[in-house]
Structure formats: structure tokens, C-alpha cells
Design a binder for this molecule. Structure first.
Ligand SMILES: *[C@@H]1O[C@H](CO)[C@@H](O)[C@H](O)[C@H]1NC(C)=O
Length: 420
């Protein structure tokens, strides 16, 4: 399981810094806390991981800002008390501050009011420890190193990023009043390649159109199933799937197995959800009938607006023959993890001559052949039914929309995208 590797890598990076820079005063307890955060930071993932927090919950509970990190904190607190781990933590000398530190690492970054230090677990002198497991400032963190290794291996893609080498050159340096983990200047190119690999994994696997078709179907099935109370709480009462995010003991019962729970159910209310899941198994998938890559740099929010516009346009063109329930417009964002920004602009480096002076490295200094654009979007139209007439119509209206609005149509969508 990959959480063990995240735990291992988190410990390894922190231990490396402890040895290399004794002046930082990193204690063994600090290391243990970072390791536990690495181990527990994904406890809150729901069924089918990101499908749950980024697609299912926003539809099931509109307006509720809930991320798996919130689930992780909930589960970390619940599991500690449910398993009587208080004494176990004490045995290792971990007190309330340490637990607060672990929780803060799992929960993700806090806003700083007037530059005020927002955390309780550790003082500002150790702020770089907050960026080991999940680094929201520049995206270089041990969590990525883990899934790169796992998914490149699984997909047969060469993983050219060597995290052991990164650790060899990692140094904590003061950058404008903040202590940050920095790298040696000659490693800048390697870091560009790290983000390149991330983009490749998204393009070839996580955001592949067939994968996204299956995801859309599972979301549709879960949304239908959400009307039924399916998941038991400890008092034997049942609650809906989406309500589990507020009931940790019920949340422990929620895993990918929900797919088969729905599939095997005999409840009439679930018939439509079952039918969709059966289609998944028989590869009668939603069909991608159009795809475009907007050329202009667009932010994530602007791209989302296009979804509604395209939907309305196509329904209008069809004169009402096609409806909202026949179509699904998906927007995919392939970026370097920092929206349209160059993530390396938030990485500091040092040179051999002065290892304690942080410097930014201009992109052109690394190589003139590096990308200028750090985000790419894909808009896809899926047709949910299986008839070819509706699918042809949807495809041609989408084509018209692209032409009228200056979007380049992807030249060839394979006719039968179900053949993965
Ligand atoms: C497809 O378009 C044709 C021509 O406009 C129309 O006659 C037909 O009813 C449409 N079918 C569907 C399912 O939208």
C-alpha cells in the first residue's frame, strides 16, 4: 500500500535534513509526527478516491466545500479514540501539541493573517516540516513521489524523476523570512521533468477519456443511489452515501465495494443505478462525441463556465430533442499543479558557492526549450445513450459550437471509444 511509502519517504527526507543541518534542531519526535502524517493523510478518501470528493460530493451536496483532507482529519481523530490509541501515542512521547501538528499537516495549509503564524503544533522555526507530506506552495512533496513510482510502474511509463537524488540536494534555507526546503540549482531541470511526468500521468491515465467516461457513469449511479439510505451507522440506522462525510463510523463502511453493494441490491429505487453499473461492466460506456483543447490560456473557473454554455447551446440546437440527461460536458485540466503558473517560480535553489543563500532560477537559464504554458484544458462532450443518431447529432452540434467560438476540434475521436 502506498501510504507506507509516503510514510517512509516523509521520514527519510526529514531524517536527511536532520543529519545534514543539525542547527535546524529537528527532533526524533518531529520525524515521527511527519511520518504519521504521511501515513494518515489519505485516510479520508472516499470510494474511487478523487471521484468522490471532486465529482460526487459537489453534485450531491452543492455548496458544501468538502475535500478528502477534511475526511482525513475526521478519520484520524475518530480512529484514535475508537482504537484507544491515546496510550500508544503517549508511549512514544507524543502529546497534544504533536497531535495538533499531525492534524495540521493532514488538513493542509492555513491562511496567514498579516503574516501571522497560523499553526499550533510547531513554531515558525519549523515551518518547512509542514511542506514535507503535501506542499501546496510548489507541489514538490513526498506524496507525489509515491504515486509517480506506483503509477509509472503500473502503466509502463518510465519514471525519470529520482526522488533519492532530490533528497541528496535538499537544504532548508531562509527565503524572505520563511524557512523552505530548497534544491541545488543544477537540479532545476529535473524538477521540470517531475511536473512533466505528472502531466503525462494525467493525460495518459487519470484523465483519459475512457477513464473519465467510466467516472461519469459511477458518479451518476452514486447520485441516484444517494436517494436511498444504504449505509449503516453504529445505532443500526441507515444514512445516505453522501451523509457519511459527517459520520466517521459510517464512513469506515464506505469503500469501492459500494459499486457491488449497488449492483447486487434488489431495491427498486436502485434499479437505475444498477443499470448504469451494469453498463460499465459490459463496456457500454458513455461515448465521447467531441473534444477540444482551448488554445487560449484559461483559468479553471472560466473553463467551468463553458460547461453550462456548451450544454445550453447543444440542447438549443437540437430543438429540445437532446436534454440535459443525455449529455455530459467534462472539463479536464492538465496543469503543472499551480493553475496557469510555473510551479518552479515557487521553488528556491542554492549554489555550491553559497549553500545558505536562496536564489530563484529564471526559466531561460535552465533551458530555452522548456514550456511557456503551464496549463492545458480539454473539453469533452459525452453522449450518455447508446443510439447512434443522437450521438451523431450531439457530435455535430458540438462541432458547430467549436467552429462558432473559435475552438479547435480534436481531429479524430475514435468511433468506438469503448475499445480501450
Ligand atoms: C437528429 O437530427 C435530425 C436532423 O436534424 C433529426 O431529424 C433527428 O430527430 C435528431 N435525432 C435526435 C435523437 O436528436
Amino acid at each position: 500500500m502506498s501510504v507506507f511509502r509516503v510514510c517512509h519517504l516523509a521520514g527519510k527526507l526529514t531524517r536527511t535534513l536532520q543529519k545534514r543541518q543539525p542547527g535546524l534542531d529537528i527532533t526524533n519526535k518531529d520525524i515521527l509526527c511527519v511520518e504519521i502524517a504521511g501515513l494518515c493523510h489519505d485516510l479520508g478518501h472516499g470510494p474511487f478516491s478523487h471521484l468522490f470528493d471532486s465529482k460526487f460530493i459537489p453534485t450531491a451536496k452543492p455548496g458544501r466545500e468538502w475535500k478528502h483532507e477534511d475526511g482525513s482529519v475526521m478519520m484520524f481523530n475518530f480512529l484514535r479514540s475508537d482504537n484507544d490509541l491515546e496510550q500508544e501515542f503517549q508511549k512514544y512521547g507524543l502529546d497534544d501539541n504533536d497531535i495538533a501538528f499531525i492534524v495540521e499537516q493532514i488538513a493542509g495549509p492555513k491562511k496567514r493573517n498579516n503574516g501571522e503564524w497560523p499553526y499550533k503544533g510547531r513554531e515558525k522555526a519549523k515551518e518547512y516540516l509542514y511542506e514535507v507530506v503535501a506542499n501546496k506552495r510548489n507541489g514538490i512533496d513526498v506524496d507525489k513521489w509515491d504515486y509517480f513510482a506506483r503509477d509509472c510502474h503500473g502503466l509502463g511509463i518510465q519514471n525519470t524523476f529520482d526522488h533519492n537524488r532530490f533528497m541528496k540536494f535538499a537544504r532548508v534555507i531562509m527565503v524572505d523570512d520563511n524557512l523552505q526546503i530548497c534544491s541545488r540549482e543544477k537540479e532545476a531541470e529535473t524538477l521540470y521533468s517531475m511536473f512533466q511526468i505528472r502531466a503525462t500521468l494525467h493525460r495518459r491515465a487519470y484523465q483519459h477519456r475512457v477513464s473519465n467516461a467510466v467516472q461519469a457513469m459511477i458518479v451518476d449511479a452514486l447520485i441516484i443511489a444517494d436517494k436511498t439510505k444504504l449505509i449503516p451507522k453504529n445505532d443500526r440506522s441507515l444514512i445516505s452515501i453522501s451523509d457519511c462525510i459527517d459520520y466517521p463510523e459510517a464512513y469506515t463502511r464506505l469503500s469501492d465495494s459500494i459499486f457491488h453493494v449497488i449492483l447486487m441490491s434488489i431495491d427498486k429505487q436502485l434499479a437505475e443505478a444498477r443499470a448504469i453499473l451494469q453498463r460499465v461492466l459490459r463496456r457500454k460506456l458513455y461515448r465521447c462525441v467531441g473534444e477540444t483543447n482551448p488554445k487560449q490560456t484559461t483559468s479553471k473557473d472560466q473553463i467551468k463556465e463553458l460547461r453550462t454554455k456548451i450544454m445550453t447551446y447543444i440542447i438549443g440546437k437540437s430543438g429540445g430533442k437532446l436534454t440535459k440527461t443525455d449529455l455530459y460536458v467534462d472539463t479536464v485540466c492538465l496543469d503543472y499543479g499551480s493553475d496557469t503558473e510555473n510551479p518552479i517560480n515557487n521553488v528556491c535553489f542554492y549554489s555550491k558557492n553559497n549553500v545558505d543563500k536562496a536564489i530563484y532560477i529564471n526559466q531561460e537559464k535552465v533551458s530555452v526549450m522548456l514550456p511557456n504554458v503551464f496549463a492545458e484544458h480539454i473539453i469533452r462532450l459525452f453522449y450518455k445513450n447508446t443510439d447512434s443518431e443522437g450521438s451523431r447529432n450531439a457530435s455535430s452540434y458540438f462541432h458547430q459550437w467549436c467552429e462558432e467560438h473559435g475552438y479547435q476540434q480534436q481531429s479524430k475521436i475514435p468511433d468506438d471509444v469503448t475499445a480501450i
